[in-house]
Design a protein around this ligand. Structure first.
Ligand code: SAH
Length: 349
């Protein structure tokens, strides 16, 4: 049997061509898009004729992830979803409420092969890349479940987005399209552990998203120890790429820095970090987001204490580096940075 088309991964023009091939007028594509944004199945697309719905079901498939479990935090309004994909793979997404609206953290791969020592997502290695439809589907299904518009996206869930480059770029174009969910690129952040060639490619895509770099160390020795990717692309290459990315796009870079007790959190370290960033970025704007490491039981790293975090942050600020401490949401449901996994039964409590 010929494989069915992955409808949710289609750009507007492709969807038009597809409905034309089915012998239908192209305006049907717009109607279908509207239904897809609502997470509807073919049977629910009531303004389409029964025969078109049948044709669609025969020739196309809808890869909405299915909610396998839903964990609501008792501490804040955070909800973590465990999603099942059509081949049974499990991924997680986290919905967070901020004053400016709902924000969702989405996964880009089932598992991850980057091997960062402090992160739970990489423990079982990478299983496969997600399709554009499977990334988009996380937002559609969560939005339907929440009953409220999602206005911001962070690509900070399971997986390394730049290791699934083409699908992630297609997802970004789909989700920001006016006939799609219409979430503007300025409301989207993409986080990478530092795949330098991907950063250069991304700079040329004309997608005004915010690029976040997982830095986590101020020298190559420590960074290579906790992030194996640093052996391929060291700090010099990474920060040069960040500078070039800004020069190409004009978009302010954001750095994530996880504070691990006794590993990378000394005040002297803050001084080295500030000098390092200023040396590469000079007068260009950038921001440092400090994240006390979240516990992952297999890893054994401990978060820096509140006073250490404050001292690190204050030293950066004193040296003229814009820095904030990231608020941790969904702590009681293992929904915080680095705690997402794709293995069933280990999620949540
Ligand atoms: N692969 C991408 C996307 C993951 S984003 C990347 O590496 O950037 C998730 C963010 O949380 C990254 O900055 C990651 O380094 C960080 N993180 C991973 N494990 C963490 C942990 N245990 N505590 C705090 N932050 C963590």
């Amino acid at each position: 049997m010929e494989s069915r088309a992955d409808l949710l991964s289609m750009m507007a023009t492709e969807l038009k061509d597809f409905v034309k091939e089915l012998g239908e007028p192209s305006f049907r594509a717009g109607q279908i898009s509207q239904w897809l944004c609502k997470g509807a199945d073919f049977s629910e697309m009531t303004n389409l004729s029964a025969s078109l719905r049948e044709k669609l079901a025969l020739h196309a498939e809808l890869r909405y992830p299915v909610i396998e479990a839903r964990y609501a935090s008792k501490l804040d309004a955070t909800v973590k979803y465990l999603f099942r994909l059509s081949d049974g793979q499990l991924i997680e997404s986290v919905l967070m409420e901020y004053e400016h609206g709902l924000s969702i953290c989405v996964s880009s791969q089932a598992g991850c092969r980057m091997g960062c020592r402090f992160c739970a997502s990489t423990l079982g290695g990478k299983v496969r890349d997600l399709l554009p439809s499977e990334i988009l589907g996380q937002i559609i299904v969560a939005q339907k479940d929440a009953g409220k518009r999602i206005s911001n996206i962070v690509m900070m869930g399971i997986g390394e987005p730049l290791d699934n480059y083409d699908n992630v770029i297609r997802f970004l174009r789909l989700v920001s399209a006016p006939e799609g969910l219409n979430i503007g690129c300025r409301h989207i952040s993409l986080s990478t552990c530092g795949l330098v060639p991907g950063i250069y490619r991304l700079a040329k895509e004309d997608l005004p998203i915010t690029l976040s770099i997982s830095l986590h160390a101020y020298d190559d020795e420590k960074r290579s120890e906790i992030m194996p990717v640093n052996r391929a692309y060291n700090i010099d290459r990474l920060l040069t790429a960040c500078r070039d990315y800004f020069d190409e796009t004009g978009r302010r870079i954001s750095f994530e820095y996880t504070l691990i007790s006794g590993e990378n959190d000394s005040t002297d370290g803050a001084v080295i970090l500030a000098k390092l960033l200023k040396r590469y970025l000079e007068k260009r704007p950038f921001h440092v987001n400090l994240i006390p490491v979240n516990p992952v039981k297999e890893r054994g790293y401990e978060a820096s204490g509140k006073r250490r975090v404050r001292a690190f942050c204050e030293m950066l600020e004193k040296l003229g580096v814009n820095a904030t401490v990231r608020r941790t949401l969904g702590e009681d449901i293992n929904a915080a940075c680095g705690q997402l996994r794709h293995t069933a039964g280990q999620t949540g409590q």
